[in-house]
Design a protein around this ligand. Structure first.
Ligand code: KIV
Ligand code: ZN
Length: 391
């Protein structure tokens, strides 16, 4: 793995599945895990094995079928959680235990009714215990986004001492600004003793709509893993969207950071997750939304028909979308109408187009979107119809 390769850690089946009402059964999870493995993710977080017998069985089933990716199970810093996760992961080719504890004062005081030194001790012991089962142990400092950097560095040092291979720095509540999150990663990179023995991981939530920006700042500042979900699903406003971070890195090659993701599979993956979970993807969702490559205003349509790159920074084929869509509405111009008419079999001259366009506008004012059937009707009811069919 080159030092500029960003590991993609997919948590669709764990953090993503925490969306209310989106529970998947083992069979559905196995199908998604197989596709994630094909997609090229480096780590699949398959579940939280101690949380329910169903989750245990899903992690076990996924461990048996995944061939390339590391399979990871979440735990709290609790011995029984860790032991159960190790059991569930026993068939994985590359198993990883993901253990951790809350490190912000809010978590330490209110959730654990404890103190900072005790949390450091629990972090160290949890990692050490996990290490007695598997070589690859990731430690998470929950609510790291609101944990002061000096204390966070001490927690990270304890986790490294226990044998952690990855240090996850979650912005659990989606609180940080990109500059703050980037500075946090830089601080840890420069101040944690033994940091060369582990990689730093970004795990950002989207409460302020900053999850993707924060993850990108994280890797620019030295993190080498991003935790994310397909379509950005997850607790509350969700997690970093896998398709977004992958395409940001691909579209900005000067950052010199790449991933192993087969981007042509992104759209299909998005549809699979959305259909299996029954969560509708917003049409304007970046990369995979229904309108991500749709153009409806006359000026944009004219530009895209002349040259796709005038209004598109991504080639739709690169993410598995067959082509850009020219959507006909009352805001569309002649170029778009001529283009769509040609697609359904009518090559219009300039004069014919003027006539058909006038008819089109009166149709479009009554209807939100004009489909191929409407185009036939518009042409058939135009004054120049006879001319068009006899041409
Ligand atoms: O958001 C978070 O802090 C988490 C951890 C459990 C990794 O999901
Ligand atoms: Zn999370």
């Amino acid at each position: 793995m080159s030092n500029n390769n960003i590991q993609i850690f997919d948590t669709t089946l764990r953090d993503g599945e925490q969306v209310p009402g989106c529970k998947l059964n083992t069979e559905q999870k196995v199908i998604i895990a197989e596709q994630l493995d094909q997609l090229g993710v480096d780590v699949i977080e398959a579940g939280f094995p101690v949380s329910s017998p169903g989750d245990f069985l899903s992690v076990q089933a996924i461990s048996k079928i995944v061939r390339h990716a590391t399979v990871c199970g979440l735990t709290r810093a609790v011995e029984n959680d860790i032991k159960v996760a190790a059991d569930a992961l026993q068939y994985a080719v590359k198993p990883r235990i993901h253990t951790g504890i809350g490190t912000s004062d809010s978590h330490i005081i209110h959730k654990f009714k404890s103190n900072r030194e005790d949390i450091i001790k629990r972090a160290y012991e949890a990692v050490k215990y996990a290490k007695s089962f598997v070589e690859d142990v990731e430690f998470y400092a929950e609510d790291a986004g609101r944990t002061d950097n000096e204390y966070l560095a001490r927690v990270c040092e304890a986790a490294i001492k226990g044998g952690a291979t990855v240090l996850n720095i979650p912005d659990t509540t989606g609180y940080c600004l990109p500059s703050e999150y980037g500075a946090k990663i830089k601080y840890l990179k420069e101040n944690v003793k033994g940091i060369e023995k582990a990689i730093l991981s970004c795990h950002c939530h989207n409460d302020l709509g900053l999850a993707t920006a924060n993850s990108i700042e994280g890797v620019i500042n030295g993190a080498r893993q991003i935790e994310c979900t397909i379509n950005g699903i997850g607790e509350r406003a969700g997690n970093t969207a896998l398709e977004e971070v992958v395409m940001v890195l691909k579209q900005h090659p000067y950052l010199d950071l790449d991933t192993n993701i087969k981007t042509e599979m992104l759209y299909g993956m998005s549809q699979l997750v959305s259909d299996s979970m029954g969560i509708y993807t917003q049409p304007n969702k970046a990369i995979v939304g229904a309108n991500a490559f749709a153009h409806s205003s006359g000026i944009h349509q004219d530009g895209v028909i002349k040259n796709r790159e005038t209004y598109e920074i991504i080639n739709p084929k690169d993410v598995g979308v067959t082509e850009s869509a020219i959507v006909l509405t009352a805001r569309s111009g002649r170029a778009a109408l001529a283009y769509r008419a040609k697609n359904v079999g009518y090559e219009l001259t300039k004069l014919q187009l003027d006539d058909v366009y006038a008819n089109f506008l009166s149709f479009a004012d009554k209807k939100k979107e004009i489909n191929d059937g409407d185009i036939h009707q518009i042409i058939e009811t135009s004054n120049v119809y006879r001319q068009i069919i006899s041409a």
